[in-house]
Design a protein around this ligand. Sequence first.
Ligand code: GTP
Ligand code: MG
Length: 192
Amino acid sequence: MLILELETTAYTAEQFPSLDVPQVALAGRSNVGKSSLINALAGRKKLAKISSTPGKTRSLNFYRAAGDGFYLVDLPGYGYAKRSKTERGQWAALMDVYFQKSTGLQAVVVLLDSRLPPQKLDLELISFLQRESIPLIAALTKADKCKNKDRSRVQRQWKELLSPSAPLILFSAKTGMGKQTLWAAIREAAGM
Ligand code: GTP
Ligand code: MG
């Protein structure tokens, strides 16, 4: 059984824990299911706060995997239209510092909505990670909400866009689909 403990919540760079610890971050659009994925992996309903209102997670949350000692980092989501320009600027600045300073970062799990074709902001994130040579794990979220046929189409679209070495995992926090596969990919990326 996987045990995740919330160790640090950081709203500013000053609040980051030591970033040389091996870590895997979760990134994706607001509301795509990052916090739900953490809860599903940990088998706990209320470890990470989730909400049907986008923009719930505003801090970086560092969860330590007991036993393994690496961090899973829940990043605040991007692309939430209702945020002010100032807030979006602050978000971007905080992400910049995180990516610059996190020498322990081993991979980023990019969460992509399985119901949507590739979105501009997702493609921008993926290009950024590729430029920085940060390994990527793609998780297609909310797979329970998507018909088989539509799912396969979106899967094919992403396969063409991503490098063949990037795992592409269908995931549902609701049914647990893909949970074991994703956890294995995360541990491997973290060097465990
Ligand atoms: P921010 O913190 O705002 O960036 O959002 P987030 O990416 O952390 O999303 P969150 O986990 O809060 O989930 C957003 C909404 O999607 C909630 O209403 C969840 O219940 C729902 N949701 C997340 N994952 C799944 C899933 O696998 N299946 C279904 N059916 N709903 C999901
Ligand atoms: Mg969240």
